[in-house]
Design a protein around this ligand. Structure first.
Ligand SMILES: Cc1cc2nc3c(=O)[nH]c(=O)nc-3n(C[C@H](O)[C@H](O)[C@H](O)COP(=O)(O)OP(=O)(O)OC[C@H]3O[C@@H](n4cnc5c(N)ncnc54)[C@H](O)[C@@H]3O)c2cc1C
Length: 417
């Protein structure tokens, strides 16, 4: 039986009308994340995102490409893309996109049980559940498969112990996807399992970490004797690497995910304020050198978008392996750094020292200060280069001493045993 799917142009018009009638303008300084602001202000911004996500849900624009039985609209990736195009220039619930909708919702849709999907996906779409990823550990984030956080079976439960780190926003979030070691007697990739757990519970201690710009969004979590029912396991026991590889795929494909609501053209190349606006505010719009830089930033943005779309189409059609997502991740990372440098150069001295009311100069200065974030978060660009060379181009694998050793026997530094 064929199901009638709304025509994309009809959908686009409906979305355009609703967006114009209900959403305010996109304010980069806020959507880019709050910085050195009081805790109450940060929590108020999170509450505003929850309300915005709820408004999208009630209007029938949340989870556009997610099946209706999990609270979505049951439409297609093309509908989500049309919505994202119409959203350009408007506010959106940024905290609900990454990592809640992707990779977390994407992973649950692929590997979750029916009960898990029915419990959590609609709650995410209603703005009730913000999710985080507990992947990186103090012992290292690049070698994800070397996770030391351990889950031990105890009857119908698992007992988790360990530590995770660099979790953006854990202190104001609700749930986490957590990768843990369930078997120390097999090689590292074969002894992992993924679990779901509430972040705010006895046994999970969340510490905030201050970043270069004064923000305290980064967190470290100490997990002590946390009981997780087996029903909150995602995927098979010891097969967490299968889940983990798709988890990282969804993270790398973030901007082209069919589950993410994201205004097209906003900060694609890494700067939240347009270079032309920075130049205009700095009074240098007529300088030919500055105009060249604006052109370069614009070109990077166009190429970046075209590349992401090319990779998405290639992966969906099977012409490219899903490992090709690393190409987009690498290009996005290096482009962001260049775009931030361009914005900083255009802002001139205003990008180095600014007054409270000089918003564009402040944004340029801060993007420059924080530019390396884009080459680290979501897996480093060095690791993306490894994936491209080994898994996409088929070059020889990096030599590693541990793939065939039981993980228990892999040498590691003192204090991490
Ligand atoms: C903005 C931001 C948000 C983040 N959010 C989260 C989050 O929500 N959840 C989460 O779990 N983590 C998060 N992270 C952590 C991030 O995933 C890790 O920082 C990243 O994977 C690198 O791990 P590491 O910092 O431990 O560096 P390490 O793994 O210790 O690496 C150190 C350096 O060595 C290089 N290196 C390591 N191995 C190799 C190799 N085999 N070949 C070549 N170079 C190598 C790395 O590229 C890096 O330059 C976030 C990070 C940032 C910056």
């Amino acid at each position: 039986m064929s199901v009638d799917i709304e025509d994309i142009e009809d959908f686009r018009l409906r979305a355009r009308t609703w967006i114009r009638d209900n959403l305010g303008p996109y304010v980069p300084e806020t959507a880019a994340g709050l910085h050195n602001v009081p805790r109450e202000e940060q929590l108020a911004a999170v509450a505003a995102d929850r309300a915005l996500q709820r408004a999208l849900y009630e209007a029938g624009f949340a989870g556009i490409a997610i099946p209706a039985n999990y609270g979505g609209q049951g439409l297609t990736a093309a509908h989500q893309h049309a919505f994202n195009e119409e959203l350009s220039g408007y506010e959106y619930p940024s905290r609900f996109q990454a990592p809640t909708m992707s990779p977390c919702a994407a992973v649950l849709l692929e590997f979750g049980t029916e009960a898990q999907k029915k419990q959590h996906i609609p709650a995410m779409l209603r703005g009730e559940e913000l999710w985080m990823q507990f992947l990186s550990e103090p012992s290292g984030g690049s070698d994800v498969a070397a996770a030391l956080t351990t889950a031990v079976r105890d009857g119908e439960d698992w007992v988790l112990n360990g530590a995770k780190i660099w979790t953006t926003g854990a202190w104001w979030s609700d749930w986490a996807l957590c990768l843990a070691r369930t078997n120390w007697d097999v090689p590292k990739h074969r002894g992992l399992t993924v679990f779901i757990l509430p972040i705010h519970q006895p046994g999970v201690e969340v510490h905030q970490i201050e970043m270069l710009n004064g923000a305290k969004d980064f967190c470290q979590e100490f997990i002590t004797d946390v009981r997780v029912p087996d029903t909150d396991r995602v995927g098979k026991i010891d097969d967490g690497w299968t889940v983990g590889t798709r988890w990282m795929f969804h993270e790398r494909m973030l901007l082209n995910s069919p589950y993410v609501t994201y205004p097209v053209g906003t900060a694609r190349a890494g700067i939240t304020t347009s270079p032309a606006r920075i130049a205009s505010d700095a009074g240098v719009l007529d300088d030919p050198r500055i105009r060249d830089l604006i052109g370069e930033a614009h070109t990077l943005e166009l190429v970046s978008r075209a590349l992401q779309e090319r990779i998405t189409t290639g992966v969906r059609s099977g012409k490219l392996s899903h490992q090709a997502a690393a190409i987009g991740r690498l290009f996005g990372g290096v482009t962001h750094v260049r775009a931030a440098a361009i914005a900083f150069e255009i802002a001139g001295s205003g990008g180095a020292v600014w007054d409270q009311d000089e918003h564009t100069a402040a944004a340029a200065g801060e993007s420059f200060l924080m530019r390396q974030v884009s080459t680290i978060g979501g897996g480093t660009t060095e690791m993306a280069r490894n994936v491209i060379s080994e898994r996409v181009l088929g070059m020889p694998r990096e030599s590693a001493p541990d793939p065939n050793l039981p993980f228990r026997e892999v040498p590691r530094s003192r204090g991490t045993r």
